[in-house]
Design a protein around this ligand. Structure first.
Ligand SMILES: CC(C)(COP(=O)(O)OP(=O)(O)OC[C@H]1O[C@@H](n2cnc3c(N)ncnc32)[C@H](O)[C@@H]1OP(=O)(O)O)[C@@H](O)C(=O)NCCC(=O)NCCS
Length: 189
């Protein structure tokens, strides 16, 4: 299995893995499958400095992970959110670990200072996965979602990057302001 940045040809596999999770898990609070049009917007929002990685084995894409904007308010520029989705038949075999390991490395390299993860209650695999990469609990948002007929808590976890430049310097060097293009740039995925 290899982990690499997603290519346009991976898009349908990524959407299919996601839509299966929409239908069968509380990992995402989407309740309807992601349409082709919504998918197009989602990929546009993941141009550099954001990122989508895929894990690929001999049969194709078995999982993916994304680094997404947390907020479009400028002061949040060095904060991003991580997400991971592994195809149902491939969970528990280290795919998530391979994806998140590469993703946090890329996030550090791109200058993100803070990574956030939202994990719905009852997801021990995701809790273990994130804690293994230095994510620590911030708190629990009680009953913020309703899916499959029940209210669901969401745990917020945070990982601080290894470098902690002074805020003035961080603001000048926010991800997307240097060599890597801004989220509105046209860099291919
Ligand atoms: C959560 C998810 C991404 C983890 O990926 P994965 O490939 O299944 O996990 P890995 O095999 O890499 O294991 C990661 C850690 O979780 C643990 N784990 C895996 N499955 C587990 C389970 N069912 N229960 C408890 N722990 C579990 C592993 O032991 C490992 O921890 P360790 O290294 O301390 O032993 C994957 O299960 C998934 O896609 N689930 C559905 C979507 C989802 O929940 N996404 C996360 C949204 S926050």
């Amino acid at each position: 299995m290899v982990v690499r940045p997603a290519l346009p040809r991976d898009r349908e596999a990524v959407r299919s893995i996601y839509n299966d999770a929409v239908a069968t898990t509380t990992a995402t609070f989407d309740t309807e499958p992601r349409s082709v049009a919504a998918d197009r917007a989602w990929w546009s929002a993941h141009r550099a400095p954001y990122l989508v990685l895929v894990a690929v084995d001999a049969r194709g894409v078995v999982g993916w992970a994304s680094l997404s904007a947390w907020s479009d308010r400028r002061a949040y520029a060095a904060t991003a959110e991580v997400s991971e989705y592994v195809a149902a038949g491939h969970r528990g075999r280290g795919v998530g670990r391979a994806l998140l390991g590469r993703l946090v490395g890329e996030a550090d390299r791109r200058g993100f200072h803070t990574l956030l993860a939202r994990i719905a209650e009852g997801n021990p695999a995701s809790q273990r996965l994130h804690r293994a990469f230095g994510f620590r609990p911030v708190g629990v948002m009680r009953e913020v979602g309703v899916k499959f007929g029940r209210r669901i808590d969401v745990h917020l976890l945070q990982r601080l990057g290894p470098r902690r430049p002074a805020p003035g310097r961080a603001a000048r060097r926010a991800p997307g302001s240097g060599r890597t293009r801004s989220p509105r740039g046209n860099r291919p995925l």
